[in-house]
Design a protein. Structure first.
Length: 230
């Protein structure tokens, strides 16, 4: 006889991060239950903790997740649909991972790991977004991929050119986002979906603190030595 799971609605799962979206969640996007400004992309190569090996490894492929509320601290991963009373704002239409997750028995959720996930291209096609938006995603990726960042970050201590090149990529990422808002009329709230989280914040994963100087330029300060693997 199958065990009946009873969710205690403690909200703990929802505070550990919103769900990654899968193909079966497509209807939630086309119906507008979930909108692009609710999403954040973790790009391929971004460093994440692998709980099975307890090590930090690059993501093999991008994932798109429901984001934390606007203005949250960078280390706050709470799903933006979690309400103060621990209920889910979109409970009847919550994504597949939320339906599969039971915190005392995560087998069903683990079974979905890496399977049929929606990426940015699939989501933009599903919503029939203009082609130039996907072109912009690809242009940004070509200049700001985490693969190239890992290479540069691993050479920072030995090569001054690597530091300069890394600063240029971080500045490019910042300028590219501003350009999309100012010239492309892209809502600023959509940038974390289209281009992932700003490199100004994420270079900390390489043990680097990015600081903005009075003249607007960026200085990178090495804080810790990150373990960098490709
Ligand atoms: S969508 Fe709802 S159930 Fe899923 S993580 Fe967010 S608040 Fe929790």
């Amino acid at each position: 006889m199958s065990e009946i799971h009873h969710c205690r609605q403690c909200g703990t799962c929802c505070r550990k991060g919103g769900p990654a979206l899968h193909v079966e969640d497509g209807a939630l996007l086309s119906e507008g239950v979930i909108q692009l400004q609710d999403l954040v992309t973790f790009r391929a190569g971004e460093l994440v903790r692998d709980s099975s090996t307890n090590s930090v490894v690059p993501l093999p492929a991008e994932i798109v997740k429901i984001a934390a509320p606007a203005g949250s601290r960078p280390d706050d991963w709470t799903c933006r649909f979690l309400m103060e009373d621990n209920r889910c704002f979109i409970h009847e239409k919550s994504p597949a991972e939320c339906k599969a997750l039971f915190c005392d028995d995560p087998k069903a959720l683990l079974g979905m790991h890496g399977k049929e996930r929606l990426d940015r291209k699939a989501i933009l096609e599903l919503l029939r977004a203009p082609q130039w938006l996907m072109d912009a995603v690809e242009a940004h990726e070509a200049r700001c991929s985490y693969g190239s960042l890992i290479d540069l970050a691993s050479q920072l201590e030995e090569k001054e050119e690597a530091r300069k090149a890394l600063v240029e990529v971080v500045e490019y990422d910042r300028a590219f986002r501003d350009l999309m808002v100012e010239k492309g009329n892209v809502a600023r709230e959509m940038l974390d979906f289209l281009f992932g989280r700003p490199l100004m914040y994420t270079v900390i994963m390489f043990g680097i603190d990015a600081r903005t100087n009075a003249d607007g330029s960026i200085t990178l300060v090495q804080t810790t030595k990150a373990t960098l693997k490709r």
